[in-house]
Design a protein around this ligand. Sequence first.
Ligand code: NAG
Length: 222
Amino acid sequence: MQGVQLLLAISLFTLLFSFASASDPSPLQDFCVALKDAKNDDAVFVNGKFCKDPKLVTAQDFFFSGLNVPGNTTNQLGSKVTPVNVEQIPGLNTLGISLARIDYAPSGLNPPHTHPRATEILVLLQGTLSVGFVTSNPDHRLIAKVLYPGDVFVFPVGLIHFQFNIGKTNAVAFAGLSSQNPGVITIANAVFGSKPHFNPDVLSKAFQLDKNVVTRLQSRFG
Ligand SMILES: *[C@@H]1O[C@H](CO)[C@@H](O)[C@H](O)[C@H]1NC(C)=O
């Protein structure tokens, strides 16, 4: 009996450990073009998407067009991210990589956010950006730099980072990300715009803010 329990404990540990792998799984075949709606889509869980029969795969499955078009930055932040991940290119499924174009109006901000599943490498093509990320507890060191065209900067996986256009012109950057589905957690929206809202007492204490300020922020972020 104890032997069985030990075996169970070991297999559970092995299982958990294999799920804790830090990046997208290495592909075990040439490719696995994602299928949106397999008939048994909701019956089985896979880490990624279902694969299209390789015989039916075409160049279109690995293709995206339009990243030359600037994103519309007419919004409160003055920035726009155009993602190109497995949702846009099904052929990226299981390949552990994706792309984004980011446009910034003057004073435009890509606000503090994290990618839970990807490191990001960003190249600035046009404009001037102030960028940075913050290291985890307990240091919270801000690692920051001003970027000019041709400059490249790395945001390590999971860390809070931002880009701010400090120039007088529009800015354009492209970013590579080490996941087919990097995920985005925008700090302000996640904290003050959760649905339903956090108990204001929680945020008041956590952020050392007056409760009125918290409820005002919560109504601003919906
Ligand atoms: C950009 O977005 C704004 C606000 O949503 C909208 O009014 C405007 O028409 C858009 N511009 C273009 C070129 O799509």
